[in-house]
Design a protein around this ligand. Structure first.
Ligand code: GLC
Ligand code: GLC
Length: 644
């Protein structure tokens, strides 16, 4: 495409006038610009090339990059160099993520610093602050309804506090992750307010319709995210006569990413946050960013173009920043978020492994690992370029039972029945079951039900403690430890949700809060209980047992180089009922990780172990030699082992 002024000429001009920058910084910008120019502009030309404002947009975008470069603090420029020299930093075995709402952890941003020792003792290197930018007043979907991306929620502190906290945590080896909600803004956001007042320019930032016909046609193929408390995907506002696209809640207005101005605004915000010391942006609900009539409007190819372009913008100005893409979707749709085909190595660095999460719970309930082995072996590549998983057992959201009919059929079960069984089991409706969770968003049309609950309650700790049953308590603790050993070894950054290290149970106090009551996910977002945390080193308490177990797992993870995420993860079918295994193929030899979901003793024969690649009978997790008995390794219920 013959352009009057080339991108590089624009870039040279834009950076030359930023005299606050030293010569070498301008040179570095030019180098990084040429490194990522095609990664940035190939997708943008595809998406917006035909737009009448494209040339202006292109120039404005380059100026925005140069401006952000000029504003980047020196310490972060140094971090950029460091990360460019060590691009695998987030794939290393010493990575451990910890996720919390700032107010629920210790009140405010400054309060986080008062508890930095706690985070460090646990071994955390990645701290995800749940949404902390200024939300709308009242219900804000846990902060996912943002009215100002350049301000911190005043209840938590200020932007200066955020900068101070990211700096202080970085000095202790911890990188801060912040949510960037880019599928929608709050309806109280300045752009939305102006759109509502009739400003055409800002109406184009959203999906607004003058009549219900188009919304109706789109709706024919859309699914509902919150069918119970926010049914439908559009909202009619009689006061200004528009139908607005609202995939999530009524107060969350979907942004129109087919408008290049939206891209520009978000790039500026993203780099603004990077310049405050944020090292990971969690790009929220990315699957929904592109709309196409006649589809579910999820995972459209343009989403991946947009995500690559956003990543390229970061690589030019702030290579220390990595991108985590939140897409809770089926395996075939999930993989592209870590880069496939032309996007390989150029898009998200992290994505939630929601299949591993679902399969963990499915295997735990059924004591069966055939489905888990099938799904994880059939659908997933063994490694990614410049990307890896966020592995987790649960997060702040519900668990959706994403098992496809085809996968279920492949192991001889019916998809619908299996999904219904899992929902029943984890809601505590299954006779003799151990779990204590609850249903979320039961969809009467589809029969679909999702599940809420903390890790410990879903693992059986709540029911065991209630029954004062010591052996049920032991089993629950071992389930928790097995799950964490699994996410610590699979490959990726294990993400620990606050309180799971202490076995926190479901918390029903949200039911008394008028802004939270309608959203059952608050049940598994309990407040930090520092009295319980104080018992973490007492082995006679439940908190002490779980904390010590988790601490040990993460300590051993750091000492096990095979776990580096660049090493492939190959699912191994040992063909032993209820046992799940995989081998981490590393240059220093394989690490074979084995988990016993069967609820009973199993015997791992020497022949099978050798076949999987075990040569020495040393358990890296237990940090000890293991002894075979009559040519086999006796393996207890909830057993977990990492053999070299
Ligand atoms: C994401 C968040 C979820 C939120 C939704 C809308 O999926 O994880 O909590 O409700 O986006 O922003
Ligand atoms: C579903 C959606 C996800 C959303 C979540 C909210 O999992 O795919 O994007 O945030 O529901 O609970």
């Amino acid at each position: 495409m013959p352009a009057a002024t080339s991108n590089r000429e624009h870039a040279q001009k834009a950076i030359a006038v930023r005299t606050a920058l030293a010569g070498h910084q301008r040179e570095l910008f030019a180098l990084r610009f040429s490194r990522s120019e095609r990664d940035l502009f190939d997708p943008l030309e595809d998406l917006y090339g035909a737009h009448p404002g494209f040339d202006d947009f292109r120039r404005d975008l380059i100026v925005a990059l140069a401006e952000a470069q000029e504003q980047r603090p020196a310490a972060l420029c140094a971090l950029d160099l460091k990360r460019d020299l060590e691009p695998d930093w987030f794939q290393r075995p010493d990575m451990l993520g910890y996720v919390f709402y700032i107010d629920r952890f210790n009140g405010t941003l400054k309060g986080v610093l008062d508890k930095a020792d706690y985070l460090q003792e646990l071994g955390c290197t990645y701290i995800h602050f749940m949404p902390c930018l200024r939300p709308r007043p009242g219900d804000s979907d846990g902060g996912y309804s943002v009215m100002d991306y350049r301000e911190v929620d005043p209840r938590l502190g200020t932007m200066a506090d955020l900068q101070q906290v990211t700096t202080a945590l970085r000095a202790r080896g911890m990188s801060v992750c912040v949510d960037l909600v880019l599928n929608h803004t709050a309806k109280e956001h300045e752009w939305a307010r102006r759109a509502r007042m009739g400003d055409r320019q800002y109406q184009d930032y959203y999906w607004m319709f003058d009549s219900p016909e188009l919304p109706q046609t789109y709706s024919e193929t859309l699914v509902e995210v919150f069918p119970t408390h926010a049914p439908g995907n559009f909202t009619h506002y009689p006061d200004f006569g528009k139908w607005v696209w609202t995939t999530f809640n009524e107060h969350q207005w979907d942004l129109n990413w087919s408008n290049p101005r939206v891209f520009l605004e978000i790039v500026k915000i993203m780099l603004f946050l990077a310049n405050k010391g944020v090292e990971v942006v969690r790009l929220d609900a990315v699957a929904f960013m592109w709309k196409r009539m006649g589809t579910r409007c999820q995972n459209e190819p343009e989403v991946h173009q947009l995500l690559q372009a956003l990543r390229a913008a970061s690589r030019i100005v702030a290579p220390a920043l990595i991108h985590k893409e939140e897409a809770i979707v089926a395996p075939k749709d999930l993989i592209p978020y870590l880069g496939r085909g032309k996007h390989t190595g150029k898009t998200g660095n992290l994505a939630y492994h929601n299949s591993l999460m679902v399969q963990f719970w499915s295997a735990l309930a059924t004591r069966e690992t055939r489905l888990m082995t099938h799904v994880l072996r059939t659908h997933f590549p063994q490694s990614f370029v410049n990307a890896t998983w966020g592995t987790y057992l649960r997060c702040h959201d519900d668990i959706g039972w994403a098992v496809t009919d085809e996968d279920a059929a492949a192991v001889g079960v019916t998809g619908f029945t299996h999904r219904a069984f899992l929902a029943d089991f984890y809601a505590g409706r299954f006779p003799g079951g151990f779990a204590r969770g609850s249903d979320f968003q039961s969809n009467e049309d589809t029969g679909d039900k999702r599940t809420n609950g903390t890790c410990a309650s879903l693992c059986g700790l709540e029911s065991a403690l209630e029954q004062i049953d010591a052996s049920a308590t032991d089993a629950a603790v071992h389930r928790i430890l097995m799950g964490h050993a699994l996410i610590a070894s699979f490959g990726g950054i294990p993400l620990l949700y606050m309180g799971d290290e202490l076995g926190f149970l479901n918390d029903h106090s949200f039911e008394a809060n008028e802004h939270l009551r309608h959203d059952g996910r608050w049940m598994h977002r309990p407040k930090m209980d520092w009295t319980k945390a104080a018992r973490r080193n007492d082995p006679l308490t439940i908190e002490g047992r779980i904390y010590a177990g988790l601490h040990h797992i993460f300590t051993r993870r750091r000492a096990t180089p095979h776990i580096h995420a660049a090493n492939s993860t190959e699912i191994v079918d040992l063909a032993i009922d209820g046992v799940f295994a995989f081998a981490r193929r590393s240059p220093i030899g394989p690490l074979v990780c084995i988990y016993n979901f069967s609820g009973a003793w199993r015997s791992l024969s020497e022949a099978k172990l050798r076949h999987a690649g075990v040569t020495r009978y040393f358990d890296m997790l237990g940090d000890a030699e293991v002894k075979l008995v009559d040519g086999a390794l006796p393996f207890p219920p909830e057993g977990r082992i990492w053999l070299v």
